[in-house]
Design a protein around this ligand. Structure first.
Ligand SMILES: Nc1ncnc2c1ncn2[C@@H]1O[C@H](COP(=O)(O)OP(=O)(O)O)[C@@H](O)[C@H]1O
Ligand SMILES: [Mg+2]
Length: 347
């Protein structure tokens, strides 16, 4: 397998106090300098093989979109490495990134916000083709755009319409057509069906998978809900507060979830599959603020199994079975007898 994309220890944060005066705080009668920093992505690593679908899943605010925006360098990484086809692209500037903007395309959650309302559909699709020279001239671009429209399930005569004349599902088809227009190798799909009716979601997911089979590209697929990625993923990473707490193949994650957070996410997924884990675990409390990260395991305050060590020590990802990693003290058995820990964990 050839790695198309590899992300190593990626870090991203946002400083909310860019103004120097904002940073000055009075503490116990003394002036101190303090910054409020959102720690959105806290050292995540994963790779995507060519032709593979890798999914990042986690609650809203856990850093999924920030990860995507950092990979395509809309945001400069604060730490870690991004390798594309074995080439280190972490520090490439906008000019050097230009050819890669063709190879790595994004599909967004809200297709309407990402489509120019004043452009006809044909122009939305033709523009990136001409910019990246996928088509030599306007005629060729037009013909190609009509072919692509048909591929995504729209009719040629719809090419002359504007985005507002389409339904949500159709607009997402236009967003997909625009991504396809430049013949990408990697598509980053950031919650592409979250804004759509459930009945439409399956159609769009099927379309994305059919196109993958036909064109052979790879996906980084982002979702907040495990049920969405259940059928389409080859491998997954489960994110919590800017970290990946578990990663593994689809089979490993769905039939043998290890991390308590994954188990809780899975317990809320309706299933008719007998092999699935059907824990009735509930998530306690609110997701902590990424400005003020918890000590130890970031999940300990909401974890039904948390112990003393979890409050103090950050658990590292460890391979529990081949290709299946989780970051949890209880699984690692760092305290006391591992078997007992396991019994306590599974109850
Ligand atoms: N431009 C920004 N400035 C400040 N905070 C941001 C910015 N973008 C995202 N965040 C914060 O970073 C965290 C992760 O956000 P995001 O990556 O959008 O999460 P997700 O896509 O998983 O819902 C959130 O706490 C969010 O409020
Ligand atoms: Mg998001």
């Amino acid at each position: 397998m050839i790695k198309l994309l590899e992300v190593k220890d990626l870090v991203q944060s946002f400083n909310l106090t860019s103004d120097f005066l904002d940073k000055l705080k009075l503490k116990n009668g003394r002036v101190t300098i303090e910054s409020r920093v959102v720690n959105a992505v806290n050292g995540i690593s994963f790779y995507i093989n060519r032709g593979e679908v890798f999914s990042l899943v986690g609650e809203s605010g856990c850093g999924k979109s920030t990860t995507a925006r950092t990979i395509i360098k809309i945001l400069e990484p604060k730490g870690g490495k991004i390798l594309y086809k074995d080439r280190d692209i972490t520090r490439l500037g906008p000019k050097e990134m230009l050819p890669l903007r063709k190879e790595i395309q994004m599909i967004f959650q809200d297709p309407y916000a990402s489509l120019n309302p004043r452009q006809k559909v044909k122009d939305i699709i033709m523009e990136p083709m001409l910019f990246h020279r996928v088509a030599a001239n306007k005629d060729e671009a037009y013909n190609k755009s009509i072919e692509i429209l048909k591929k995504v399930g729209l009719r040629p005569e719809q090419a002359n319409r504007y985005p507002h004349q389409f339904s949500g599902g159709q607009r997402q088809r236009i967003g997909i057509a625009r991504a396809l227009a430049v013949e990408p190798e990697l598509i980053i799909a950031d919650e592409p069906v979250s804004a759509l009716d459930v009945s439409i979601q399956a159609q769009i997911l099927n379309l994305l998978m059919d196109l993958k089979d036909e064109y052979g590209f790879s996906y980084l697929f982002i979702a907040h809900d495990l049920s969405v990625v259940r059928h389409i993923s080859d491998r997954l990473g489960v994110m919590y507060l800017g970290c990946i707490v578990e990663k593994g193949s689809k089979e490993q994650i769905f039939s043998n979830p290890l991390h308590p957070y994954t188990r809780i996410l899975l317990s809320s997924v309706p299933t008719i599959d007998e092999e699935s884990i059907t824990d009735s675990l509930e998530l306690k409390g609110e997701i902590p603020s990424p400005i003020d990260l918890p000590s130890g395991c970031y999940f300990h305050k909401r974890c039904p199994f948390a112990k003393e060590i979890c409050k103090k020590v950050v658990p590292q990802l460890k391979e529990i079975e081949d290709g299946h990693e989780a970051a949890c003290h209880i699984l690692l058995g760092e305290e006391g007898d591992r078997d007992n820990e396991k019994k306590g964990y599974t109850r």
